[in-house]
Design a protein around this ligand. Structure first.
Ligand SMILES: [Zn+2]
Length: 318
């Protein structure tokens, strides 16, 4: 095995995480800079370059195989442009890989962050050895990465995998995307917290009230799962409803793609057994009988390392 390393970058809305990753998935020299997204794309690029320079100062450059970067937004099929990065001010279409590679003289691979997380789980995590699977990330939003025959399926223009916008109720809640009844409009962190707060304000009794000290703006999935783990029926019902809805969306994917493994990551996925059981029951009951056997719904294992390890996978697979 070579001792080559990848410069791995996880570009997030508030922080940019950097690290050196070797082919076994070991991360070293971790470094974090603020994104300061409100200052616009050229500032973000200069932050990225500052982080890369910092890392290159600590390693023999001949050992660096390249730079891998996971970013929000849509990465064009040729990997050259990133557009529609949500919450990034002034970010229309940015030639991210070119801007970086021209300054640091290294090959740069850029991929959407949900896809990057799926690649990380495929190479180093829960989906090791799986040729085809779907990863769904339950966080602030609901992201998806589709891996078919070992490769990310990116669609015609790079926008594939929008699992969060599968309709689960055609007459339902309005989603951030403008659509009606999307999965994300029910289980995205903000929506989930808000709906839970509304139910509590409507008089529902729950330990959640005490866990947040009566401040419902503090409701988050971890709190709901803590209450559920303590036997709180209201919290269990919230997670079961959430799991049912996720399962409805996943059944659609299972039926269409004929895959058997779904990896679930993101903050909400830490909610544990109640949620996972509900997802599994819901998905299996809606999957057509020919594909029902062998369905596995498993938690991601890389946690907050997924972005970095997936970014490194971009380098090692190229
Ligand atoms: Zn939507």
């Amino acid at each position: 095995m070579s001792d080559q390393k990848a410069v791995a970058i996880d570009l997030g809305g508030t922080r940019i995480k950097f690290g050196l990753v070797d082919e076994t998935g070991e991360i070293s020299n971790e470094y974090v800079l603020p994104t300061e997204a409100e200052k616009g794309p050229s500032h973000i690029i200069s932050q990225i370059l500052a982080g890369i320079r910092h890392l290159l100062g600590s390693i023999d450059r001949s050992l660096v195989k390249g730079v891998g970067l996971g970013t929000p937004g849509i990465v064009s099929l040729d990997g050259k442009t990133v557009s529609h990065a949500p919450n990034f001010a002034g970010w229309e279409v940015v030639r991210l890989s070119e801007e970086i590679s021209s300054q640091c003289n290294l090959p740069v691979e850029v991929e959407n962050d949900a896809n990057v997380a799926a690649l990380g789980e495929a190479r180093f995590g829960a989906a090791k050895g799986e040729k085809s699977f779907v990863m769904i990330t339950l966080g602030t939003g609901v992201g998806g990465g589709i891996v078919l025959d070992g490769k990310i399926y990116r669609g015609l223009y790079g926008g594939a995998g929008e699992v969060g916008h599968i309709t689960v109720d055609y007459q339902g809640a309005v989603c951030n995307c403008g659509g009606i009844g999307c999965l994300e409009a029910y289980v995205g962190q903000k929506y989930l917290s808000r709906r839970t707060a509304e139910k509590l304000l409507g008089g529902a009794q729950s330990k959640i009230h005490d866990l947040v000290g009566g401040d419902y703006s503090k409701i988050e999935p971890l709190i709901i799962s803590q209450a559920a783990a303590a036997g709180d029926q209201f919290a269990i019902d919230v997670l079961q409803e959430m799991g049912t809805l996720v399962g409805v969306a996943l059944a659609t994917l299972l039926n269409i793609l004929d895959v058997r493994t779904i990896v679930i990551g993101g903050g909400v996925a830490g909610a544990g057994k109640v949620l996972f059981e509900a997802i599994e029951v819901s998905a299996k009951s809606r999957a057509v009988s020919t594909i029902r056997s062998g369905i596995r719904i498993i938690p991601a294992v890389l946690g907050n390392r997924a972005g970095m390890l997936g970014a490194a996978s971009l380098v090692f697979q190229s």
